[in-house]
Every structure is written in C-alpha cells, then in structure tokens.
Design a protein around this ligand. Structure first.
Ligand code: HEM
Length: 208
C-alpha cells in the first residue's frame, strides 16, 4: 500500500511558499487586461454589425445604404467649410454659362453648389434660369420669366411652405451642398408687389 511520506516542518513551509509563488504567478489577470478583452469583444461586435448592416443592404436593395440617398450620403456633409458671402453681382458669375466655374443658385438667401446638376442648370438646361441668382419666388409661382426674384411678398402660406420645401430639397440633396449666403439689398416695403402671375408653370406632380 502506498503511504504518503510525512513532510518535515521545513519541507511543509517550503511547499507552502512554492504554492504561494505559483499562486502569484498564475493569479487572475489584472483588471486592465480583462477590461481590454471586453473592449476587444465590443469592437469586433461593432465591426461585424457594420459589415452585416451594409452587406445585407447591398444584397437586398443593391445599394449600400438601404436605398437612402441624401444629405448623409453626401461627402460634403462631412467636410467642414467656411460659408461664403456673395453679392447679387458676384453670384451671377456662377450661372452655369462659364464651364470653368462651379454652378451656384440661391433660394431665400441660401446659396447651393449645383454643379453636379449641370444638365439642368448650365446654359441650355431646362432650369438654367435658376442658376446664378435667388429666384425663390419663381419656384412656387412657376413664372420662370417674370418672377426671377427673391421677393416673397404677397405669397400665400402654402406658397411660402413651397419655398421652404425647395430649400430643403437643395440642402438635403445627395450631391448638391450649401456654400454660403447671398446678400440682397433691402426691399423697399412701399414698392409695388410683384405682379400676380397666372400663366406660370404648374407645380411638378408628386412622384408617389
Ligand atoms: C413651379 C413648377 C416647377 C418647378 C419650380 C420645377 C423645378 C425643377 C427643378 C429645380 C428641377 C431640377 C432638380 C434637380 O436639380 O435635380 C426639376 C426637375 C424636373 N422637373 Fe420640374 N419644376 C416644375 C414643374 C415641373 C412640371 C410641371 C413637370 C412635368 C410635367 C416637371 C418635370 C420635371 C422632371 C421630369 C424633372 C427631372 C426628374 C426629377 O428629378 O424629378 N417639372 N424641376
């Protein structure tokens, strides 16, 4: 029968010391190590979620962003730029007739770069009359000859909402972006209101 050898007092204390040293060496990892492994798990979880989000979007909608195109897919949203201030004369230079310059248009004071829409706004485009100026009024009256002005006096609530709608159209576009403001000389409140326009182009029907 195997008998366990009785350890001498010195041997026992040596053994205990050894154990203590071993315990020290193999002691559970420090708090910083365990928190870094948590961080690793969270980061890899996030990376996988992002890959799955965009991958599934591409497989289902053939677009990386679930079919969304707008301000948040516009690279300019993420590039901080200083806003420019234009006079009406300065803005006119960017009306799309010079192919070497960007195309700018304004609506209710806000100036947008619409160079990406040159097909509409350059010389010969169907909406060239909007380029290089603030023709906010014409957007809602459809009078593309007589109402190329920023003067919104006399418009109905619904028409003012229409102006706001077009402003948002440019501000939230997936390729256009705001570049600054145009400074208009103040409108004399006693000057006559723009003539009512009855032969304007009707508003574009909604897509839906
Ligand atoms: C007050 C009336 C209207 C205004 C102010 C207006 C304005 C505009 C503008 C600014 C664009 C260019 C959009 C861009 O930059 O991408 C555009 C595009 C277009 N417009 Fe008009 N429009 C009007 C009426 C109409 C009408 C009556 C029709 C047709 C019956 C029409 C048909 C189109 C089409 C087909 C496009 C291009 C496709 C699109 O982006 O929807 N528009 N319009």
């Amino acid at each position: 029968m195997h008998r366990r050898k009785q350890a001498s007092p010195t041997e026992t204390s040596d053994h205990l010391e050894d154990e203590a040293i071993q315990t020290k060496v193999t002691a559970p990892t420090s708090p910083s190590l365990s928190s870094s492994s948590w961080t690793g798990t969270i980061v890899s979880g996030l990376v996988w979620s992002i890959v799955l989000f965009f991958g599934a979007s591409y497989l289902i909608t053939e677009s990386w962003t679930w079919g969304y195109r707008g301000k948040w897919t516009n690279i300019h949203t993420y590039i901080p730029t200083k806003e420019l201030v234009f006079s009406e004369e300065q803005l006119l230079k960017y009306d799309g007739s010079n192919p070497n310059l960007p195309i700018y248009l304004a609506i209710d004071g806000d100036v947008f770069d619409v160079t990406e829409g040159a097909g509409w706004y350059a010389l010969g485009g169907s909406y060239h009359h909007f380029a290089g100026r603030d023709a906010a009024r014409a957007y809602v009256t459809g009078c593309f000859q007589d109402d190329l002005t920023h003067d919104l006096r006399g418009l109905s609530e619904a028409q003012l909402k229409g102006v706001d709608h077009w402003k948002k159209f440019y501000a939230n576009h997936h390729t256009y972006h705001k570049v600054g403001r145009v400074m208009h000389p103040p409108i004399d409140p006693h000057s006559p209101l723009p003539k009512p326009c009855d032969k304007g182009r009707p508003q574009k029907p909604n897509r839906s």
